[in-house]
Ligand binder design. Structure first.
Ligand code: HMG
Ligand code: MG
Length: 331
């Protein structure tokens, strides 16, 4: 008796079968740009140091899987984030990627002018500053008050923009803060408007500790819209601590947001907010978006294989439900 006859033949892969079966929801955008943060937000939180050649291969594989915005690293103080202290060594290893993948963007984080100098000297074509909606996190993450941090970013944004380098503004703790509790929407909008007025091309709203729920997301985005901010200047950045990241993303898409941050394999966290766990996993996001008939340009099988490979490098299984479903529980 053959395996087919006795029913023990392996099931074909779900992707080969055409799953998820796309069903369009016309109220949602036709295309979403994924801002991949695994190599930065993910690896900045690893307890061990990941070799620079592994980081370079990770980023190359993410680009090969179709991601076109891949945050590469941070030019922060190496004592504050030792995991990314090799930024100068990493950048030259990425220099061939833009030619191989037209339209590929490799932004890097810079907290101050010293960081910008380092980033520009190593060929960064796009940078991001990162502010906090709360005082406590500004002090812990940037060693300054929220106002002082804004003053630190102003010349960074001005100089980068003048050099033709677009700047993304991150705003952390937009929904809940592990020291201050709920964060009022008006406070978040006030800080966000300052980043946009300073010249940030895009504002990414961070649920750093993952406590947001969809009603809060809708309320905050509505508040930004009422303050005159078009949805195409906003992105959402959800950590999945309480399992809300996909639901929050759907709420944001319904409001008209089309840029979503995610991390391959669900890597992530924040070294200065211990209650921040992994980001929304890119594979879980892609599964939902493709199921909704939304174009991402991502090859899900290649992406999941990349996260499976990275899980092997890190020595632990992926946090992504989709990666584990596609590759098996030990991936
Ligand atoms: P500081 O100690 O206040 O720095 O740190 P300073 O301005 O007083 O300078 C002290 C020394 O550090 C000086 O050297 C500077 O040159 C040097 P000295 O003159 O004494 O020899 N220095 C630097 N060296 C290299 N690169 C630099 C740099 N800056 C100063 N860029 C600082 C202030 C902002 C630098 C520090 O607090 C820092 O690096 N913080 C980074 C924290 C971080 O990376 N956190 C994680 C990213 S944020 C995040 O994950 C959230 C996000 O994902 C969104 C979300 O989830 O909400 C984005
Ligand atoms: Mg983050």
């Amino acid at each position: 008796m053959t395996a087919e006859q006795d029913g023990t033949a392996a099931e074909p892969g779900v992707l080969e079968l055409g799953l998820p079966d796309p069903v369009r929801d016309p109220s949602l955008p036709a295309r979403v740009r994924i801002h991949e943060v695994g190599a930065r937000d993910g690896l900045q939180n690893e307890s061990g140091l990941v070799p620079v050649e592994v980081k370079a291969e990770f980023i190359a594989r993410l680009a090969a899987a179709g991601l076109r915005t891949v945050e590469a690293t941070s030019f922060v103080h190496p004592k504050w984030v030792p995991q990314l202290a090799d930024a100068e060594e990493l950048m030259p290893r990425l220099s061939g990627l833009a030619g191989r993948y037209p339209g590929l963007r490799l932004p890097v984080l810079v907290p101050n002018e010293r960081g910008l100098d380092r980033a520009l000297a190593h060929g960064a074509a796009e940078v991001a500053v990162f502010a906090s909606a709360t005082e406590t996190f500004a002090r812990r993450n940037l060693n300054r008050s929220a106002d002082e941090a804004m003053a630190m970013f102003r010349p960074v944004v001005a100089r980068a923009t003048a050099a033709g380098v677009p700047v993304r503004g991150y705003l952390s703790m937009c929904f809940g803060d592990p020291w201050e509790g709920p964060v009022p929407a008006a406070q978040v909008i006030g800080h966000g408007l300052r980043l946009l007025e300073m010249g940030c091309a895009e504002l990414s709203l961070g649920d750093t500790i993952g406590t947001a729920t969809p009603g809060q997301v809708t309320a905050l985005l509505t508040g930004f819209a009422e303050a005159g901010v078009p949805m195409d200047r906003l992105a959402v950045h959800f950590h999945d601590t309480y399992g809300q990241a996909l639901a929050n993303t759907l709420a944001a898409l319904r409001c008209g947001v089309t840029v979503v941050d995610a991390s391959a394999g669900g890597l992530g966290g924040c070294p200065y907010a211990k209650s921040a766990t992994g980001n929304l996993a890119t594979e879980d996001l892609v599964w939902m978006l493709h199921g909704l008939g939304i174009d991402t340009g991502v090859d899900l099988a290649a992406l999941a294989a990349t996260s499976g490979w990275m899980a092997g490098q890190l020595g632990r299984p992926s946090q992504s439900r989709t990666v584990r479903a596609l590759l098996g529980p030990s991936a």
